[in-house]
Design a protein around this ligand. Structure first.
Ligand code: SIN
Length: 278
């Protein structure tokens, strides 16, 4: 491939990187540029890749140790990869609501890689939103107040739990998965590398503020859930077979569109281990 080029997707978030063949080992210079772009743009898109499972795993390892998704059996022979599939006759898609991955874990993933194997002729895009901006655009008095709060995140919040049901039914549950995972994290987390604050709650898993009831928490959480997905914080990825997207779960949310009933969509997903949010 030719020279590496980085093209921003929107003023808020996301960049497309062209000119790299990710099936080949990356030079140190190319890797440094990817890392810089990852921290700066939060979501990176690589088009027209031809990745074997092994190549995807070795690329993922450059971002850090590989994590595992607690609920789903992994791809046969490749314990690092979770398949995300919606069959043509299924109605519910995996991850079809605004969320950051598995924030109900004590140490949620640093980031995720998603590689498109088969996509519908139209639809099935993924939306991303910038949580630095979501926090940074609140008024200073509200920012100060929110900084003192912690959020309870649970895996069994109904809408998110529903998006796993068909996957688990078809692919099989992971052995040893607990019925429910719960973790309490700061509402405003500080990115461990950039040092920037971001809003770390979302409609997918966040149920209440620590020390408050769901009823007491709901008005402010509902406000934040609306605020954080403003169009001007977003970019939208239209997939093609061979598109790889990598996102930073510490400062973004994403939402998989479910607008392609009657068509199959098949992705490979890998998560990278993260630290405990602070
Ligand atoms: C996910 O939430 O990890 C899946 C996103 C997608 O399929 O676009």
């Amino acid at each position: 491939m030719g020279k590496m080029e980085i093209k921003r997707l929107t003023p808020a978030i996301g960049a497309e990187i062209n000119g790299l063949d990710l099936s080949e080992p990356l030079t140190n210079n190319a890797w440094d540029s990817i890392q810089d772009a990852f921290l700066k743009h939060q979501v990176l898109v690589f088009r027209d890749q031809n990745l074997s499972a092994e190549a995807m795993v070795s690329l993922a390892r450059r971002f850090g140790p590989i994590g595992s998704y607690p609920f789903l059996k992994s791809l046969d022979g490749h314990p690092e990869i979770t398949e995300v599939i919606k069959e043509a006759d299924e109605k519910i898609n995996f991850g079809g609501l605004w969320h950051t991955d598995t924030s109900y874990l004590e140490q949620p993933p640093l980031g995720s890689l998603l590689y498109a194997r088969e996509v519908p002729p139209m639809g099935g895009d993924t939306l991303f939103a910038n949580m630095y901006l979501a926090y940074g655009t609140l008024s200073p008095a509200l920012q100060d107040w929110l900084r003192g709060l912690k959020v309870v995140n649970r895996s069994d919040k109904a809408a998110a739990a529903a998006t796993r049901v068909e996957q688990i039914g078809r692919i099989g549950a992971k052995q040893g998965a607990r019925p429910v995972y719960e973790a309490i994290h700061p509402l405003i987390r500080t990115h461990p590398v950039t040092g920037r604050p971001s809003l770390y709650a979302h409609i997918g898993h966040s149920v209440r503020f620590d020390g408050m009831t769901e009823e007491e928490s709901a008005p402010m959480l509902d406000y934040l859930f609306q605020h954080q997905i403003k169009s001007e914080f977003q970019c939208r990825i239209a997939w093609r077979p061979g598109t790889l997207t990598v996102w930073d779960n510490r400062c973004t949310l994403h939402n998989a569109m479910n607008d392609y009933h009657g068509h199959r969509r098949h992705m490979w997903r890998i998560t990278i281990d993260g630290d405990r949010p602070k």
